[in-house]
Design a protein around this ligand. Structure first.
Ligand code: SF4
Length: 436
């Protein structure tokens, strides 16, 4: 733990360049979209919370976040709190720090003695404010606070379940599909998800944004004209400074055959303060640029997250979401529908719902495939088609994403298809027969 943490700190210091300040988080229309349960986490009646929160703050942040800041960081100004550098510098990374904010239970505490070679802990104060202080089963809390279950390895699990190491022609570059690459530019995240597919490398200081390594990867892309799509990921690319990110975008844009650039990030959910006017002004110069945002639960859809997504969307960046299906966290139709509806209101198109990969120590997060299909069935036809993501399994060993669908096509009878609709009603469709 100690070694991972010091690497984190070193990377952080390296990355900290005071390049801009976030705006005041003006958010005019979100008040009614607060997840209603969040305010109950802070052990205060809503009426009391309302009475102590200045009126103008209500549209900018959740009551829980406001009270958390006042309670634990009374000397910190709103400007500091909204500074993403401050959020990163004050991340919660140890058992002692966690204990300051939440009650820790034995199955959470016992893993800390054995975390040395595992995914480190890292939680921004902002995200910390969204966690329940006294319920270990709280969905967001389970995604970021480790438990002893991470030490159990079932036979089907692997450290590198997607076989990325075998598809890396250059360190940190995964070339699985002919026309696109996954470019891992660093292994640092502001907040670490306990179910991370890349927990074997993320947070360990093994993938650094060193210019020499990035140059090798850029050279590989340059020498492979079939690559038209580069997905920049990590770690979280948006934890780099604007300048370093722009350097990379310029280099990629200089390659004529790179048509689109995508950035994968969880920042709008865990560190929305990072989405600053300067960042979006810089990003919009490198279109076509798309973003895959990682959201897990409706309680992540706070006023701050809405504001961040709005700013990105206003910069013309198409936003898609990636959600991992997680047992006891988002594995029911109501929660998933609620999340998808929030995403659409945030102007994020629900894109992928991932079956949780077979990562070492993740069985406590994994649902059955039937559960995933049941959720898709509960969405399709029951809400806007735009709110229904593609449910996929990333094939173990590196086979790519395989879509999974409930059985709407029941059978074929000659040139007739028997189809089942969302209400389980059966319809017959006469297929076109190509006779010559
Ligand atoms: S933000 Fe992404 S890369 Fe970082 S820990 Fe979470 S899943 Fe892994």
């Amino acid at each position: 733990m100690q070694s991972s943490l010091s690497l984190d700190v070193k990377q952080n210091q390296d990355m900290e360049e005071k390049d801009d300040e976030p705006p005041s988080s003006y958010f005019p229309f979100i008040e009614n979209s607060y997840p209603p349960s969040v305010s109950s986490f802070i052990n205060l009646p809503n009426a009391l919370i309302s009475s102590i929160i200045p009126k103008k703050t209500k549209s900018k942040t959740l009551p829980a976040t406001f009270v958390f800041r006042k309670k634990f960081f009374p000397a910190i100004s709103t400007k500091q709190w909204n500074d993403w550098h401050w959020q990163i510098s004050n991340r919660v990374c140890s058992l002692e720090q966690l204990k300051r904010f939440i009650k820790i239970f034995p199955e959470e505490e016992s893993i800390f003695k054995q975390l040395d070679s595992k995914l480190p802990v890292g939680i921004t104060p902002y995200y910390m404010s969204l966690l329940s202080p006294d319920n270990p089963e709280h969905p967001l809390r389970r995604t970021v606070v480790p438990t002893i279950h991470e030490l159990f390895k079932s036979p089907e699990e692997k450290d590198d379940p997607l076989g990325e190491e075998h598809q890396s022609p250059v360190p940190g570059l995964v070339h699985r599909y002919p026309d696109r690459v996954l470019f891992l530019i660093l292994d640092f995240c502001s907040t670490y998800c306990r179910y991370c597919t890349r927990s074997r490398v993320v947070g360990h200081g093994s993938i650094l944004p060193a210019r020499s390594r990035l140059e090798r990867a850029i050279e590989y892309i340059k020498n492979n004209p079939a690559i038209r799509d580069v997905l920049i990921s990590g770690g979280d690319p948006l934890t780099l400074s604007d300048n370093r990110l722009e350097w990379l975008l310029i280099r990629l844009r200089q390659i004529p055959h790179v048509e689109i650039i995508r950035i994968g990030t969880k920042v709008p959910a865990v560190l929305p303060q990072r989405i600053t006017p300067n960042l979006v002004k810089m990003l919009r110069k490198y279109h076509p640029l798309l973003m895959s945002l990682h959201f897990t639960h409706p309680e992540e859809c706070t006023p701050e997250a809405y504001r961040a997504c709005n700013m990105l969307a206003n910069a013309g960046i198409p936003l898609g979401s990636q959600t991992v299906l997680l047992k006891g966290i988002n594995d029911d139709v109501l929660t998933m529908k609620n999340l998808m509806h929030h995403l659409l209101k945030m102007r994020v198109r629900p894109y992928y719902l991932y079956q949780c990969d077979l990562i070492t120590g993740s069985s406590h997060f994994r649902t059955s495939i039937d559960k995933g299909l049941e959720i898709i069935q509960g969405l399709r036809g029951h809400t806007s088609g735009y709110a229904v993501p593609h449910y996929v399994i990333d094939a173990p060993g590196g086979g790519g994403k395989i879509p999974l669908m409930p059985d709407y096509l029941m059978r074929r009878e000659g040139n007739n298809l028997l189809l089942k609709n969302y209400e389980d009603r059966i319809f017959r469709y006469t297929d076109t027969i190509n006779c010559c």
